[in-house]
Every structure is written in structure tokens, then in C-alpha cells.
Ligand binder design. Structure first.
Ligand SMILES: *Cc1c(COP(=O)(O)O)cnc(C)c1O
Length: 446
């Protein structure tokens, strides 16, 4: 088979492709019973996705926080090509390699001081499982095996595996479906919204009461620092995070920061914990770690925790995925870190922040808009009624933009490389599609 020989399935018409997709292929959070058609993408370059019919869409999603440097970046492609020539993969049990060691050292250097031990995982959800397991194994090694519960804030999202799902928001994370099998953890209200909101008396009371009552069984507080992503696109204040971190110390509870969405600059700080000068005990990274090229993640912790686990009953940390520290993923992650530095991520994100505010804040006066909020390179337009995803997606695509709303949240987190011109096209296209959509639903209601 030469490079250009094609299986008959490769020369399907777009209609055949979509039909087979609907018949056989599951999509994220999707029905398999008469699913809406998915849009076939044939290539992606810079900030644009190209559909099979040649339509180009400006990408507002960065493939769910990941593609921070844009698509098809030559530096990322070169790193992968060179690594393939050496080895795409080799087991990590008893073996090591430069891409993994280099990446670990760079992550240790860039994350808050004190996070020194790196566990490489294959996806964000797995990194969260690893973090939870580290916390439990740590307390076990300290002779406090009863500390097996977590406390978390509502509106969180931490992934789709069982351990992670158990700390997602109990309502929009659909705990009722799995009530019998999910571990039961402690939930407190999400912090009040507003990055700049000053701390008020009582803001931490609920957390403190939980910790007071249950510190004997609580291993860790797990949260998304500053930005709650898929659970509501909410921003809260560094002051709250700082105070919560102090309570954790006071009550002998670890702090797990899930920076899978926020890591690598997205919120305007390199890590969202940096806004509050907080060093968590365990930190999860993922998504943008490979610049949107490969599934990969990492869980970092302190020497104290790693050492204690290693001196515990098992004498080791009990986890080891098959594709742990995959060299190809490590190589492209290193290349992505190069680009963060070379491109001055801070200047990129600050530029997008200004432009997003300028483009989106005027939408506050539209009658169907409830709230507009912008932090770092994240822009959220919250509308008054949940949108019909299939219908609004058609209108967004017709405007030449790729934005994937959920519920009342229409939001963008563009690749950092997006030009001001493209950002204006993206935001204006998105707002035009929203206006068309709400005009249609409004007219339809009469
Ligand atoms: C996406 C996400 C995860 C899960 O990562 P996957 O790679 O999809 O498993 C976990 N936590 C947060 C905050 C996320 O945004």
C-alpha cells in the first residue's frame, strides 16, 4: 500500500461519510438515536478549520482549550516527525528517555515552587484519578487510612471516569444516573462569581464548617482554580482560592488543583494558581500541554507527598498506564513549551483579553444576553435561555465560525495566535448567529 493508495472508504462522498458516522460512531455526550449530523473537517491550519466542501471556519474553541498555537504548526509537526524517526513509543517501566526527563524538568521549573515529582498520564481524566489516588495513598502512608473522602465546590468539572465524575457537579454531572456506584464526597457551594470580587465575611464559612466536621475523613479539597470550565464557565477570585488553601493547611487536608483547562496561560497567568500565589499539594495538567496535538497529561506533587507514599505499605505509587510518558507526546509537549516562550504567551493572552472585552462587552445590551464575562483568553456570553445546539451550530457555521455552546453558555477560548482581525470576525460572527437564533426562536414563539 503506497502512501496515496486509498481504501474505498476513503473516497466516500461527504453524505456517505456523515451517514456512516451517524450509524457507527459515537460523539462526545451524543445520542446514537438519530444524532445530528457532525461537520466533516478535512484539515486545519492556523486558526481555521476546513470543511469537506471547502468552507473555512474560524475556530473559537481551540479544540476544547488545547490548540493554543493554532493547527498544523511547523515546530510541533517537526518535533513529532523527528520523534517518530527515533521511536514513537516505548514502555516506561524500567526505561526512560530524554523527551520525558526534559519535559518533567521544565514542568517542575514553570509550576509553583515545591511541585517536584511528575507522573505522566494519558488524558486529563486519568491525571485526576492519579491525583485522587495520590492523596489517598499519602494519608494511608501517614497512618490515616480513614481519610478517603474529598471535598469539592459545586459547578466543577474534572473528567468522565468514575473517580473524576464523583467530584463533578452533582446536578449537571448527572450523579443520579450512577448514584449507586459513585463514591460519595462532600460538596460546598461554588465561590461567588467575579475575579475581582473582594472577599466578604462568611465567604469561606461553608468550607470551614465542612473541614471542621469531617477533617478526619477528608483527604483533599479538589477544585479548578479561578476558572470553572465545563461546569459553568464561572470565574471566581484569587482571594477565595488563597483563603481556601490556608484552610486546607489548617485542617490537614491536601489541595488538588485541576489546571487541565487553565494551565499554560489561558486565564492570564501561566497557571491559575499563580493569580493567588498558591502552591497546591497536587496539580493536574493536560489539554494544552501538547499544543492540541496528542492526548497527554501530567500530575505533579511535592517531594514530601511522593516520599511518604513511597515509604508506605505499597512502597510505591500504585499506577502505571501502558502509554505512560509516551515519547511522541513528551516531544511535542516540549515543542509546545518552546512556543509558549518564543511567542510570549503573556502578551498573546493579554492582547486577546483586551480584544475579547472590546468585542463582547457591547453584547450586554442585547435583550437575550444575561451576562458577558472575560478572563484571560476566555470570553463568555451567557444568554437568557438554553440554546438548541443543532440549530445554533448551523447558524454559527453559516457565519464562518466554529463555536460550540452548551446550555446558556456561548463562549470562546481561541488559539493564542489569533489575529485581532480574525478575533473580530469570530466574535461578530458569533453575535450575529445569536441574534439570528433568538429572532427565530422569538418569532417561532408567536
Ligand atoms: C477536560 C478536563 C478534564 C478531563 O480531561 P480529559 O483529557 O478530557 O480526560 C479534567 N478537568 C478539567 C478541568 C478539564 O477541563
Amino acid at each position: 500500500m503506497g502512501r496515496h493508495s486509498k481504501h474505498y472508504l476513503d473516497i466516500m462522498t461527504p453524505e456517505q461519510l456523515i451517514a456512516l458516522d451517524q450509524q457507527h460512531v459515537w460523539h462526545p455526550y451524543a445520542s446514537m438515536d438519530n444524532p445530528p449530523p457532525a461537520y466533516p473537517v478535512v484539515s486545519a491550519h492556523g486558526v481555521r478549520l476546513t470543511l469537506v466542501d471547502g468552507t473555512q471556519l474560524i475556530d473559537g474553541m481551540a479544540s476544547w482549550w488545547c490548540a493554543v498555537h493554532g493547527y498544523n504548526h511547523p515546530h510541533l509537526n517537526d518535533a513529532m516527525t523527528q520523534q517518530i524517526a527515533d521511536m514513537s513509543h516505548v514502555m516506561f517501566g524500567g526505561i526512560t528517555h530524554t523527551p520525558a526527563v526534559t519535559l518533567a524538568k521544565r514542568l517542575v521549573d514553570m509550576t509553583p515552587a515545591g511541585l517536584e515529582k511528575v507522573f505522566f498520564a494519558d488524558s486529563g481524566s486519568v491525571a485526576v484519578e492519579v491525583a485522587i489516588k495520590m492523596a489517598l495513598q499519602y494519608w494511608h502512608s501517614k497512618g490515616q487510612a480513614n481519610k478517603q473522602k474529598l471535598v469539592t465546590i459545586r459547578n466543577g468539572y474534572h473528567g468522565d471516569t468514575f473517580g473524576a465524575m464523583a467530584v463533578c457537579d452533582p446536578v449537571n454531572g448527572m450523579h443520579s444516573l450512577f448514584a449507586g456506584v459513585l463514591p460519595q464526597h462532600h460538596f460546598i457551594s461554588a465561590p461567588a462569581m467575579g475575579f475581582d470580587r473582594p472577599l466578604e465575611a462568611g465567604d469561606l464559612d461553608e468550607l470551614e464548617h465542612k473541614l471542621q466536621q469531617h477533617q478526619d475523613e477528608i483527604a483533599a479539597l479538589i477544585l479548578e482554580p479561578i476558572v470553572q470550565g465545563a461546569g459553568g464557565m464561572r470565574f471566581y477570585s484569587p482571594a477565595w482560592l488563597k483563603a481556601a488553601a490556608e484552610l486546607c493547611k489548617q485542617y490537614n487536608v491536601l489541595l488538588i488543583a485541576d489546571e487541565i483547562a487553565t494551565g499554560f496561560g489561558r486565564s492570564g497567568a501561566l497557571f491559575a494558581c499563580d493569580h493567588a500565589n498558591v502552591r497546591p499539594d497536587i496539580m493536574c495538567l493536560g489539554k494544552a500541554i501538547t499544543g492540541g496535538t496528542m492526548s497527554f497529561a501530567a500530575t505533579l506533587t511535592t517531594t514530601e507527598i511522593a516520599t511518604s507514599i513511597s515509604r508506605g505499605e505499597a512502597s510505591c505509587f500504585m499506577h502505571g498506564p501502558t502509554f505512560m510518558a509516551n515519547p511522541l507526546a513528551c516531544a511535542v509537549a516540549n515543542a509546545s513549551l518552546d512556543l509558549l516562550e518564543q511567542n510570549d504567551w503573556k502578551a498573546q493572552v493579554d492582547g486577546l483579553n483586551q480584544a475579547l472585552k472590546q468585542q463582547l462587552e457591547p453584547a450586554l445590551k442585547l435583550e437575550y444576553v444575561e451576562d458577558v464575562r472575560v478572563l484571560g483568553a476566555i470570553g463568555v456570553v451567557q444568554v437568557t435561555d438554553p440554546v438548541d445546539l443543532g440549530r445554533i451550530q448551523e447558524m454559527l457555521v453559516a457565519e464562518g465560525v466554529w463555536v460550540r455552546p452548551f446550555g446558556k453558555l456561548v463562549y470562546v477560548m481561541p488559539p493564542y495566535v489569533m489575529s485581532p482581525q480574525d478575533l473580530a470576525l469570530l466574535c461578530q460572527g458569533m453575535l450575529r448567529a445569536l441574534t439570528t437564533y433568538f429572532k427565530e426562536t422569538h418569532d417561532g414563539a408567536h
